[in-house]
Every structure is written in structure tokens, then in C-alpha cells.
Design a protein around this ligand. Structure first.
Ligand SMILES: *Cc1c(COP(=O)(O)O)cnc(C)c1O
Length: 368
């Protein structure tokens, strides 16, 4: 069996070693005679997996002791609602930096909860860049928080540095670049990420929250939508997504085996460079959507000269075994998602394919 050259945007490639380990334990985990899915979430065996996942994430991301790690459900999309429900006081304002569709959706949900304001936006450029930190306008006197989306899957842009805020927590949707590079968690009040890009399968959402932001006065909120409920019960208030948490623990072990986030960052930089070089050395045949200093190391977005070329490219790529290269319908063109689990060799194969396609396509157009 040949594994696909998987460039899916999410759910996305998982490390092969993780899938093999899970396969080996599928029918019998830790000599229980059961699959992990058949264990009680209150059993010692599952508890060890759950605690290990939390401990590994804390270690890998160097999460300070004044933060809580929560495993929730509902995807990053439910965090668009839970963040304002829990953190946007009625006399305050939530500030949002718009860098793409996910930030727009986050803002849309916050508007239903309270006062909001756009602190900066790249919308008028069709989200080709990340606004400079100096462009971000917010009032520290009334800010409940400032929300950013650290990587924009659809447009292929990524924050390179983060704003330093006075008197307001920075909240980040890191769904598509968590664990892709070293970050200083202490700069953030809350980080959230759906698992299905860099952490594991869909079904679990990681929330890293500074403990002072866990508000115990929100007794009127639905129980399941309060961070406090999950923080108080170690994310075991109700049945957690046990299989997803188990796979997350295997992905985290794999991250450690790779040498941690510093090593992954080096790899991701090298992977992205291969494909961006293929774009930049194509004499304008391929055009990147993002401006160079906002380019994402997770999602490379590019267009070809016209629809015919794009269609041919996608057809031939598919025939050559590449999966998931269609751009999102809102910007068209192509996109290669190169999350942590996508090997460097697959990126090299894609870069080579792009180079060859450009040559043969240009030659065929000249002839016809
Ligand atoms: C994929 C993605 C989402 C959506 O996550 P769900 O878990 O499907 O809700 C949100 N934000 C960002 C930045 C993403 O990349």
C-alpha cells in the first residue's frame, strides 16, 4: 500500500508512526484486553493517557504553572463563542484583528455576546498580509481582550511576531499553527486550537488559559460553556473524546521524538522554502497569494496564469498521487497545507512536480 502525498487543509496528514502505534494497540491497550475506545473515561488506564497528554503539552510548549490546559469539544468554532461568553464583560469591548475567514467568524460570534470593535483588518486586500503590530488600534481602558488568528489556512498568511498588550489579554486562535514553532505562552491570556491540523484527529479542542481568566462569577452561563466547569474537573466533567485524546498523546510523543517544537520549526521552515522557491523561481508562472513577509509556513497558497492551467495542474497532480491541492473556494487557485506531519520529502516532490509542470505546460501552450 502506498500512502498518499497528503496536502489536505484539515483534517490533515498524521504522522505515520502515530497511526502504526495506534494500530498495534487497537484491540488491546496496556493489557486491558480492550481498545482505548472501550475503556471507562474514569479508569486508571484512561486517566494515565489523559494526564500524560496534558503533561506532555505543558512540557513541549513550556506552559507556565499559572495556566490550565483544557480538552474540550465543539472545535475551534465553539471557542468563537466561549471566549466572549467567558471573557467579555458587559462594560468592556472585545477587539478583533481580521486576517481571514476564521477571524471574521470569531468576530461574528462575539458580536452576539457583547461590544466588539475591529482593531485592524486586511480585508480590503483580500487578506494578503498580516497587519503590522503598530497598526493595531485598541483602547486599553475598555478592552476585555484582543483576538488574533495566528495562521490563516485559507489565505496562507501567518503572524511572525505578536502584539504586546497593556491591560488586556491576547487571545489567539492557533488551530492551524500550534506546535509548528516555538512561542512564548506567557504572552497570551488564552490559546485555543482544534486538533485536526497539528495535534491529532478532529474531536478534541485544546484550550490553554491563564488561571486568572477562569471566571467563577459566571453562574448564569450554561455549565458546559464555562471554562471553570472544565478547569475544576480536569476536563472530565462529562465524557471526553477519549480516542482523540489518546491519539493526541501519541502525536505529542512523536513531537518529542522529533526533537520538540524547535526542530519542527526548522523542518517547517525548510519545507515551506521548497515550495515558495518553486513559486518564486517560476518567472511569474506561479503567484503566491500572500505578500512575502506574511507567508505561512503551514499553508502555501498560489495561483497559476489562468483557469485552464489551474485545472490541468490539479488534474495532473492528482494523477501523480498528490491529494488536497485545491485552493479554498473563496480564493480559488491552489493550496498546499504542510502541517507538522507532512514530511520534507513530500514537499520536495511537490516542488519538483511544480517545476516540471511549468516547463511542460509552457511548452505545450507555445506549440498550440
Ligand atoms: C480549521 C480552523 C478552524 C475551524 O476549526 P473547527 O475545529 O472545525 O471548528 C478555526 N480556526 C482556524 C485558524 C482554523 O485553521
Amino acid at each position: 500500500m502506498k500512502r498518499a502525498l497528503n496536502f489536505n487543509a484539515g483534517p490533515a496528514a498524521l504522522p505515520e508512526a502515530v497511526l502504526q502505534k495506534a494500530q498495534g494497540e487497537w484491540l488491546n491497550i496496556e493489557d486491558t484486553g480492550m481498545s482505548v475506545m472501550e475503556l471507562s473515561h474514569r479508569s486508571n488506564t484512561f486517566d494515565a493517557i489523559h494526564s500524560k497528554s496534558i503533561a506532555l503539552l505543558k512540557e513541549i510548549m513550556d506552559i507556565p504553572d499559572n495556566y490550565e490546559v483544557l480538552f474540550l469539544q465543539g472545535g475551534a468554532s465553539l471557542q468563537f463563542t466561549m471566549v466572549p461568553m467567558n471573557l467579555l464583560q458587559s462594560d468592556r469591548k472585545a477587539y478583533y484583528v481580521l486576517t481571514g475567514s476564521w477571524s471574521e467568524k470569531a468576530l461574528k460570534e462575539a458580536k452576539k455576546i457583547g461590544n466588539t470593535e475591529i482593531a485592524a483588518s486586511a480585508k480590503e486586500s483580500n487578506y494578503t498580509y498580516i497587519p503590522a503590530v503598530e497598526e493595531i488600534a485598541y483602547n486599553p481602558a475598555d478592552a476585555a481582550y484582543l483576538h488574533i488568528t495566528t495562521n490563516n489556512t485559507i489565505y496562507g498568511t501567518q503572524w511572525k511576531g505578536y502584539p504586546q498588550l497593556e491591560n488586556a489579554p491576547l487571545i489567539a486562535d492557533m488551530s492551524s499553527d500550534i506546535l509548528s514553532k516555538k512561542i512564548d505562552v506567557s504572552k497570551f491570556g488564552l490559546i485555543y486550537a482544534g486538533a485536526q491540523k497539528n495535534l491529532g484527529p478532529s474531536g478534541v479542542t485544546v484550550v490553554i488559559i491563564r488561571k486568572d481568566l477562569i471566571n467563577s462569577s459566571l453562574t448564569n452561563l450554561p455549565t458546559m460553556l464555562q471554562y471553570e466547569t472544565h478547569a475544576k474537573s480536569n476536563s472530565l466533567y462529562n465524557t471526553p473524546p477519549t480516542l482523540a485524546i489518546y491519539l493526541l498523546s501519541l502525536v505529542l510523543e512523536w513531537v518529542q521524538d522529533q526533537g520538540g517544537v524547535e526542530k519542527l520549526e526548522e523542518m517547517n521552515t525548510a519545507k515551506a522554502k521548497l515550495i515558495y522557491d518553486a513559486i518564486d523561481n517560476s518567472e511569474g508562472f506561479y503567484k503566491g497569494h500572500a505578500v512575502p513577509d506574511s507567508r505561512s509556513h503551514m499553508n502555501v497558497t498560489f495561483t497559476l496564469p489562468d483557469d485552464h492551467a489551474t485545472k490541468q495542474f490539479l488534474e495532473q497532480a492528482k494523477a501523480a498521487g498528490f491529494v488536497g491541492l485545491n485552493g479554498h473556494r473563496s480564493i480559488g487557485g491552489c493550496r498546499a497545507s504542510i502541517y507538522n506531519a507532512v514530511p520534507l520529502s513530500h514537499c520536495a516532490e511537490l516542488a519538483e512536480f511544480m517545476k516540471k509542470f511549468k516547463e511542460t505546460y509552457s511548452a505545450s501552450v507555445v506549440k498550440s
